[in-house]
Design a protein around this ligand. Structure first.
Ligand code: ATP
Ligand code: MG
Length: 396
């Protein structure tokens, strides 16, 4: 097995941040250190990259573990296990020879990147010098368009790194660099995907699930907790608020005609979530809505629902079709949990043909029939349970 000395991590969008760049880099390093702590001695920035110094004598199994963990960190464009070498072309060539297997390629290309301008050779010159040695030793051909093997050389201020394999990352902005949002998390396919999208924009996502009175705790655990657990791997932790909804539901069922119940349920959910958002200092709410996907998500209805929220409602899936959403759900690992049966409160005691053209004035009038609305919300929040899912309490 090749003895790698470091991991080189290239990040995606942070590169285009000017003034705030070091804040984003700092967050990415924090997120990397959180998961790689058992494997690395230190993590530092170099110009435009992050470099982790690996502990010595890591097993192949541990290299695979690291790879898996880095693949789940948002903000990474790609990473590579690398070998560090001295600053002479002959050392670089020795490193390259140690990395490559002549049986595995016929054509190759050298791709050097020099961020240390003190180094006496330009990137192009490094390509030529190292390329010439590879040709001399192995009698292989250069192919710049479609090589079997690409040899990467990065000349940083302090080291030179050589590698042949890049592993793509999830891209986006490092989680935790853009503030907090609350995800209105149902048991379905959509809202977990929405949460993931906001994580890729650097947001820390806190989850709120509104619990139907008809549900038992075991189905909550086997589905909603687990969804949060899966999503927690992208931000290293998850906080889940579970809000009892049956008292509010009863009132809505008593005073609201069946075709308007879904809209009023969701208005109350948003009112509750707005309160929880204050505790979490969250600046927005994210939902899994997509225009027209179900009867409750017509433009008229969304207008009536979102009117109940002071905070902005973010809807990353608003223009996506179900197939697109499902493919992301599969990629992020939430799909199999989302399709488990779960009688959600939104589907409880609502009309088979719910209203699709709700009128806001009418909705507000209907809501006036609900007695002691503020107290109902207050009681639901005071009976709310907070569950923390994390390996590291410090991150909560
Ligand atoms: P999903 O797959 O996300 O459940 P859906 O197509 O089933 O979406 P609805 O049930 O109408 O649609 O819900 C729309 C959105 O309302 C959800 O994406 C979610 O953000 C929010 N929501 C619905 N039910 C709940 C709930 N019980 N707790 C918290 N949020 C909910
Ligand atoms: Mg749903």
């Amino acid at each position: 097995m090749t003895k790698y000395t470091h991991i080189v991590i290239h990040y995606s969008e942070i590169g285009i941040k000017k003034g705030n760049r070091s804040k984003f880099e700092g967050q990415l390093i924090k997120n990397i250190n959180f998961v790689l702590e058992p494997y690395v001695l230190k993590t530092n920035r170099r110009y435009g990259i992050v470099v982790c110094l690996l502990k010595e004598d890591l097993l192949e199994k541990q290299i695979e573990e690291i790879s898996k963990k880095l693949s789940d960190i948002i903000g990474i464009a790609f990473f590579a296990f690398v070998v560090a070498c001295k600053k002479e072309i002959s050392d670089i060539c020795d490193c390259v020879f140690g990395l490559i297997n002549e049986k595995e390629f016929e054509t190759f290309k050298v791709n050097a990147r020099r961020s240390n301008k003190q180094f006496p050779y330009t990137s192009q010159k490094i390509n030529e010098l190292v390329g010439a040695e590879v040709i001399k030793k192995y009698k292989k051909k250069v192919n710049l368009d479609k090589p079997d093997l690409e040899i990467f050389i990065e000349v940083t201020e302090t080291e030179i790194f050589v590698y042949t394999k890049k592993t793509p990352g999830l891209c986006g902005l490092p989680t935790g660099s853009s503030g907090t949002v609350i995800c209105s998390l149902s048991g379905g396919i959509d809202s977990p995907v929405s949460a993931y999208y906001l994580m890729t924009r650097g947001c820390k996502v806190v989850f709120v699930h509104i619990l139907s009175g008809t549900l038992d705790v075991s189905s909550l655990k086997s589905k909603i907790y687990k969804l949060c657990e899966v999503l927690s791997k992208y931000q290293n932790f998850a906080k889940l608020y579970v809000v009892p909804f049956s008292d509010i539901q009863k009132q809505i069922i008593t005073f609201v005609p069946a075709d308007y119940r879904m809209i009023i349920y969701r208005r109350y959910m948003l009112k509750i979530i707005n309160q929880i958002a204050k505790k979490e200092n969250a600046k927005a709410i994210v939902t899994g809505d997509s225009v027209g996907q179900v009867a409750s998500q017509t433009l008229d209805n969304l207008l009536c629902i979102y009117d109940s929220s002071k905070l902005p409602i973010l809807t990353p899936l608003i223009g996506l079709n179900k197939e697109e959403i499902i493919s992301v759900a599969k990629k992020i690992g939430t799909y199999d949990l989302s399709i488990l049966p779960y009688p959600d409160c939104c589907s409880f005691m609502v009309d088979k043909h719910p209203q699709t053209k709700a009128k806001l004035d009418f909705v507000i009038d209907l809501e006036k029939n609900i007695v002691d609305s503020d107290k109902l919300i207050f009681d639901a929040i005071s009976k709310t349970e907070l569950i923390k899912i994390s390996k590291n309490q410090e991150n909560l």
